[in-house]
Design a protein around this ligand. Structure first.
Ligand code: SAM
Length: 215
């Protein structure tokens, strides 16, 4: 399997062909070895057009969804970003290429430890990882220029909007257990917000004190 060719095909047919325009997102996903973020047995499928299992009943998101959510954050390289739902660490790696500092939170310890290992092996030094329930955000490190939540919530946990800087962007899937709508919230300087809908999506559940309860 030639991963360089598979990655180029992914970028052309899944990202560019579907309208991803942010060149920095395209460059990051053109270079990052996504196959290292999945289990070895799944490596050949790492660049396919779908989410993949990563263990613990969790998934690495579809490449297009990673690109779309990253693009919606409108990062220039100077930002402090919070990710809730580290999972495999792939989205955190993309963010590390797009922003100045990344703070990422995962509630499942084995996933977090594996992600930390891969991120360290790639020399991505601007990522702080914490193992906890991320539904309260990361107050000590707030405010953030951008927050991305890579699991679906029934409604927007209030801490995320509170922990955004004026002008900051929050991207989060909101809706039912099986299907959600991708929402972008921009916080204005006066504390009011702009809420935009960016289409349907399917994420695993955001589980925690301010979201779904564990079943
Ligand atoms: N961003 C990930 C990646 O690049 O592989 C994909 C994330 S996966 C779709 C969702 C992740 O959110 C899972 O690993 C899950 O354990 C995690 N998660 C769910 N609820 C959480 C919470 N309250 N705090 C932190 N992580 C949570």
């Amino acid at each position: 399997m030639n991963f360089d060719i598979a990655r180029k095909r992914m970028v052309d047919s899944q990202l560019l062909a579907r309208g991803i325009k942010d060149q920095r997102v395209i460059d990051a996903m053109s270079t990052l070895p996504r196959h290292l973020f999945v289990e070895e047995a799944m490596a050949a499928q790492a660049y396919s057009d779908s989410p993949l299992p990563i263990g613990e009943k969790q998934t690495i998101s579809q490449p297009y969804m990673v690109a779309l959510m990253s693009e919606l954050l409108a990062l220039k390289g100077v930002e402090k970003v919070l990710e809730v739902g580290t999972g495999s660490g792939y989205q955190a790696a993309v963010l590390a290429k797009l922003a100045d500092r990344v703070y990422t939170v995962e509630r499942i310890r084995p996933l977090a430890l594996r992600a930390r290992k891969v991120l360290d092996s790639l020399g991505l030094l601007n990522i702080n990882l914490k193992i906890t329930d991320g539904t309260s955000g990361w107050e000590e490190e707030s405010p953030f220029d951008a927050i991305i939540v890579t699991a679906g919530a029934p409604s927007v946990p209030p801490a995320y909007v509170e922990q955004l800087k004026p002008g900051g962007r929050l991207v989060i899937p909101v809706g039912g257990e099986a299907q959600q709508t991708l929402i972008r919230i921009t916080r204005n300087a006066d504390g009011t917000v702009i809420r935009e809908e960016w289409g349907g999506c399917r994420f695993v559940k955001l589980i925690g004190a301010h979201s779904w309860r564990e079943s």
